[in-house]
Design a protein around this ligand. Sequence first.
Ligand code: ADP
Ligand code: ZN
Length: 214
Amino acid sequence: MKLIFLGPPGAGKGTQASGVSAHLGVPHISTGDMFRSAIKNQTPTGLEAKRYMDAGELVPDSVVIDMVRERLAMDDCKSGYLLDGFPRTVEQAEALDQISAPDAVIEIDVPDERLLSRLTGRRVCGKCQGTFHISQLADEHACPICGGELYQRNDDQPETIATRLKAYHDQTEPLIDYYSGEGKLHVVEVSRLKTVNGDSKPEEVFKTILATLE
Ligand code: ADP
Ligand code: ZN
């Protein structure tokens, strides 16, 4: 199964993608996580990506597409993939259709006004990459799963969040038409898009996604 999770920053893509990829037995590929690990390891891709990420802007298409192409060529992707955070532009979606076209696209829909508090309250584990909201944490600094140290992402500051939401609406939202087939004038194609309400508890969203995939 080849799947894409689409949705604004803070929609819960990462959290849901971990659960769903384990359930389906396909690798969870998060371009954001790949960039953060490239930055940590100071690779050329990481050095290039960092300034865009810190500003809340998208990393240039060519950089992201090359990285994803390499990743999808690895052995574990023979069973399929679950892409989280890619594609984010129509150019990336067109490239992916050439490399290995997705079977379905799950759009996780959450209203903008809910996203700000989700993002400003987000904490990430440096060890297991788990994501939590401060409202769920007994200790704001320790990961409830592995005990690792929690940190706040550089781009989870209010000013940067506004830029990221704008990038989503301007550059990524057109993918909704792309995958529902509406963007194409003369080609009749079956919609690959399924929209799921992401504005409820993570367990509920998880159930809805699995039901949608049936
Ligand atoms: P979120 O969905 O919460 O914004 P991600 O971890 O998916 O977080 O992405 C963080 C940042 O990494 C983005 O703001 C962007 O700068 C960069 N990035 C990740 N994926 C892509 C992509 N497909 N295209 C361009 N930039 C990307
Ligand atoms: Zn952890």
